[in-house]
Design a protein around this ligand. Structure first.
Ligand code: PHE
Ligand code: FE
Length: 285
């Protein structure tokens, strides 16, 4: 499990982050330098890839699996430029390499312009199960395939623009929850049953099946205001997952102006991660 980019973005200047930020350009990007990856790193990537491929076919949403099929990521750490060429043709997105988590505004600016920041470095072998910062495996395997879906791709760009606006309105805390509970930990309800589309789940060793199968967590129908008020934990599996019926719904429900929404929820108490509300619509597995 990893922290969402937004949780930790505000900490991006802290020395605990392991990336080398001194080499980054003003927009926080760097060169990927694909030739610098070692054989051991490519082998670790393959190990992580094979592990996820034993898990994801069962519960990943079909948009993810379909894109993954066309991406050919099994051989080793991918070249960002090669994938960018395909992505530009599909949805107008491209990938940019970054040293790790980057500040909020730089992150939003990239998303709003259809550039997805991907951390260039790979975790250490002892971090195969758990890593506290997003690495290239999380960023790539978890996030990039869905950028090939036109509707999801539009949602991510709208989110970036929404981030720039939320910063003006001093509402990043609330907007960050939307990223967390959709882009990182979102579930999707289909005729075949519950499916996973959140990157934090798709790239995780343990929480993927927990989110899809366990009787423990709460699963509720996506409700924008309820979600924006819900706090989250970054150090354990989620207590609550929000379920959508499709990416079109996500676009439609987040299209209205959030200004009055932010103003309203600012006056309401937050909802704890494990708290139920009377208006929750439970979603069965
Ligand atoms: N509609 C939101 C606003 O006006 C912007 C947004 C779109 C935010 C999509 C998140 C996702 O602030
Ligand atoms: Fe992520």
């Amino acid at each position: 499990m990893e922290r969402s980019i937004l949780t930790a973005v505000s900490n991006a200047r802290q020395p605990r982050l392991r990336g080398d930020y001194s080499a980054a350009r003003a927009d926080c990007t760097i060169e990927q330098d694909w030739s610098a990856y070692t054989a051991a790193e490519h082998a670790l990537w393959r190990k992580l890839y094979e592990r996820q491929m034993r898990l994801v076919p069962r519960y990943a949403c079909e948009e993810f699996l379909h894109a993954l099929d066309r991406l050919d990521l099994h051989g080793g750490i991918p070249r960002f430029d090669a994938i960018s060429r395909k992505l530009r043709r599909a949805t107008g997105w491209e990938l940019v390499a970054v040293p790790g988590l980057i500040p909020d505004l730089a992150f939003f600016e990239h998303l709003a312009n259809r550039r997805f920041p991907v951390t260039h470095w790979l975790r250490q072998p002892q971090e195969a199960e758990y890593i506290a910062e997003p690495d290239v495996f999380h960023d790539f395997f978890g996030h990039v395939p869905l950028l090939f879906d036109p509707v999801y791709a539009d949602y991510m760009a709208a989110y970036g623009a929404g981030g720039l606006k939320a910063a003006q309105l001093d509402s990043l805390k609330h907007l960050a929850r939307l990223y967390w509970y959709t882009v990182e930990f979102g579930l999707l309800r289909t005729r075949e049953g519950l499916r996973v589309y959140g990157a934090g789940l798709l790239s995780s060793a343990g929480e993927f099946l927990y989110a899809a199968e366990s009787a423990e967590p709460r699963r509720v129908k996506f409700d924008l205001e309820r979600l924006l008020r819900t706090e989250y934990r970054i150090d354990r599996f989620q207590d609550t997952y929000f379920v959508i019926d499709g990416f079109e719904e996500l676009i439609d429900d987040t299209a209205p102006d959030f200004t009055p929404v932010y103003a309203r929820i600012r006056r309401l108490p937050p909802i704890a991660p494990d708290e139920a509300t009377w208006a929750d619509v439970p979603v069965r597995r």
